[in-house]
Design a binder for this molecule. Structure first.
Ligand code: GLU
Length: 434
């Protein structure tokens, strides 16, 4: 091992014995180390980019509907602001923790760099179970979290957005709380807002739309027609429904979908508009969906199909099930659905993985459009948003594909090499402020 390689691996090693499940941050670092070696990255720049700039934990007291005070823990991690103000979503979930948020913040840095939007990376979260909170409790929780981070957020500093279990309404509360404190309306402080208060047309569908753009690009590289493919989609939230719907419109056969209630399989294809309608009329779950056989989320991943779109959450495909994957293409709608320990197995099997930092970058791309529109006070048509999104995603795919051919590496490795090179080159030019 070269001394540089030794150096890279000495920076951030997961504490304690190597467990079966590595932390998402370690998964991110493993890929970062590979890209650093490929680029022969300066050791100082490596250390800089391996260390998040700020990690903030806040406690958030909330008066619950029953009059009691409950205290929640919230996080915001700014990975860096080399390319511009930091950008990234806020997730509400009972198991969110600082390690996860750290990984997700770094992923945002690489994601923004892959699609060439001028943002650094950040992520936030609140450890809570939103399903158990009333609308009023959610509002008070969101406003107090925002108030605790007033010195961090800002249209030129750090710009939150939706993520798991947060939506347009939550963004509206963040925008309003920040604006009330600045005594002026600051639309550009947050993206993913309702269109009526400065959100962008097409933002809600943007992540799924981007997944489809890169999936179509990958299919065309393999010479496969979209109307000839079978697809399994894990997760039927915002990203999963839009990806399934748009691929369905392309004539693809969606043979399985899933949500927290399990997987639904029909080898002849599921009618996606009907399934979406069913879910809307059924408390937002697929439970009892009639036109399919019930399977588990795990079984869905292992189905015989051409394209697999994991659009649920992290760590779904690891070294224990990677060799059972039969898809030709995995298009990562979620952040981190494949662990670093599964990468080599999938590569060996010849599965083409379109990595999360590329595949799901449509969301932050339209967030960038939203931020631009808010700052100009001039709003685009949905057609313009979609056209520009499509172009940026297609360019990003081609750039990453080109790097993968040049270096003879996977698309994931290429996406890291491309984005880390971009961030490191910018950082070198900016220099270190002393
Ligand atoms: N939460 C989304 C993501 O993981 C969007 C982030 C943003 O738009 O800032 O990419």
């Amino acid at each position: 091992m070269s001394s540089k390689k030794n150096f890279y691996s000495s920076i951030y090693k997961e504490p304690g014995p190597k467990l079966d499940r590595v932390s998402p941050f370690e998964s991110m670092m493993e890929r970062f180390r590979f890209a650093a070696e490929t680029l022969n990255l300066d050791e100082g720049l490596f250390k800089y980019l391996a260390s998040p700039e700020k990690q903030i934990t806040v406690s958030i007291p909330v008066i619950m509907d029953n009059g009691n005070i409950e205290v929640f823990e919230g996080y915001r991690v700014i990975h860096d602001n080399v390319l511009g103000p930091s950008k990234g979503g806020v997730r509400y979930s009972p198991d969110v923790n600082i390690e996860e948020v750290k990984a997700l913040a770094a992923w945002m840095t690489w994601k923004c760099a892959v699609v060439n939007v001028p943002f650094g990376g950040a992520k936030g979260g609140i450890r809570c179970n939103p399903a158990e909170l009333s609308q009023g409790e959610l509002e008070r929780l969101t406003r107090r979290y925002t108030a605790n981070l007033l010195g961090i957020f800002g249209p030129d500093r750090d710009i939150p957005a939706p993520d798991m279990n947060t939506n347009e309404q939550v963004m509206a509360w963040i925008m309003d709380t920040y604006s009330m404190n600045s005594q002026k309306t600051e639309m550009a402080v947050v993206t993913g807002k309702p269109v009526i208060l400065g959100g962008s047309q097409g933002r809600k569908e943007a992540t799924g739309r981007g997944v489809v753009t890169v999936t179509l690009a990958a299919l065309s590289k393999l010479g496969i027609m979209p109307n000839k493919v079978s697809i399994a989609v894990q997760g039927f939230g915002n990203v999963g429904t839009v990806s399934a719907q748009l691929m369905y419109e392309q004539g693809a056969k969606i043979i399985a979908i899933s949500d927290i209630t399990g997987g639904y399989y029909n080898k002849n294809g599921i009618n996606i508009p009907e399934a979406i309608q069913y879910m809307r009329n059924n408390n937002n779950v697929l439970e009892g969906y009639p036109d399919a056989e019930k399977i588990t989320n795990k079984e869905l991943l292992e189905l015989e199909c051409d394209v697999l779109i994991p659009a649920a959450k992290e760590d779904q495909i690891d070294h224990t099930n990677a060799d059972k994957i039969k898809a030709k293409i995995i298009s990562e709608g979620a952040n981190g659905p494949v662990t670093a320990s599964a990468d080599a197995i999938l590569e060996e099997k010849g599965v083409m993985v379109i990595p999360d930092i590329l595949a799901n970058a449509g969301g932050v791309t339209v967030s960038y459009f939203e931020w631009v529109q808010d700052r100009q006070g001039y709003f685009w048509t949905e057609e313009r948003v979609n056209r520009r999104l499509n172009r940026m995603m297609r360019n990003a795919f081609d750039n990453v594909f080109g790097v993968s051919e040049n270096y003879k590496i996977t698309l994931r490795q290429a996406a890291y090499v491309y984005s880390i090179n971009r961030v490191a080159t910018t950082l070198k030019m900016r220099g270190i402020y002393a």
